[in-house]
Design a protein around this ligand. Structure first.
Ligand code: SAM
Length: 221
């Protein structure tokens, strides 16, 4: 096991093996693979649409960074992209670093706790902020705190892409309202339906630097 989250269920404690979790991408047809396609496409399009010059991407809890790697593979603007993928698990981070180096040398991987704002601050603000695979693994309060802080982590006009499962109770309606309240406008919301996965895309319209920046965004359950 390469690390993971612990979740109490009655008398047992379940641990998520994140390396094993990533293998679910490999069949290429399952729900996670479909979600990855959507996230990848959002990032690819956002890089295309970014103003000329440097495009600053930041991905929290990036895992193997398959979304960034897919988006940047043969992308005509890959050379413009800089930023970081922050991942706690050193083995997953090493995989991400190898793959990213091949497609976008301006992106690097930071091994560490992406919930710790101090780790993130030197790498902000972002033009594209990727929050994939986080909101289903942290408390509702942590989701709210991360959303409230997200615009301050970005340039005005930035794209934020987020994911969350829609298993009952479906938190996505509240998440979408919380992004509105934080100063974002929704660009897209894609989901096969209730009980399934969801990908949201937000544009930062009103940035309130420092206003809602806590010292910690989230901790995985
Ligand atoms: C559900 S996976 C998502 C991976 C990737 N974003 C994706 O969507 O394919 C969650 C990832 O978060 C990482 N992780 C968990 N807690 C973290 C933390 N505090 N800081 C950074 N990464 C963390 C895990 O190691 C795992 O790779």
């Amino acid at each position: 096991m390469t690390g993971g989250s612990r979740r109490a269920t009655g008398r047992q404690v379940q641990t998520t093996d994140w390396a094993e979790w990533h293998r679910r991408y490999d069949d290429g047809t399952g729900p996670l693979a479909r979600r990855l396609e959507v996230v990848t496409d959002v990032i690819r399009v956002a890089i295309h649409a970014a103003p000329a010059g440097t495009v600053h991407c930041v991905s929290l809890c990036s895992g193997e960074a398959r979304d960034l790697v897919g988006a940047l593979d043969a992308h005509p603007r890959a050379g413009d992209v800089v930023g970081v993928a922050a991942e706690l698990d050193p083995a997953l981070a090493a995989t991400a670093a190898r793959s990213l180096a091949a497609v976008a040398p301006g992106l690097r991987v930071v091994v560490g706790d992406a919930g710790d704002v101090e780790l993130l601050v030197p790498h902000l603000p972002a033009d594209i902020l990727v929050l994939a695979g986080i909101f289903g693994n942290v408390s509702d309060d942590d989701v709210a705190r991360t959303i409230a802080a997200a615009p301050a982590m970005c340039h005005e006009g930035a794209t934020i892409v987020w994911t969350r499962h829609r298993t009952a109770p479906d938190l996505t309606p509240r998440i979408r309202r919380q992004f509105d309240d934080a100063g974002c406008t929704e660009v897209a919301f894609t989901s096969p339906g209730p009980g399934d996965w969801a990908v949201g895309v937000e544009r930062v319209v009103s940035r309130r630097p420092d206003a809602s920046m806590p010292t910690r965004l989230f901790a995985f359950r």
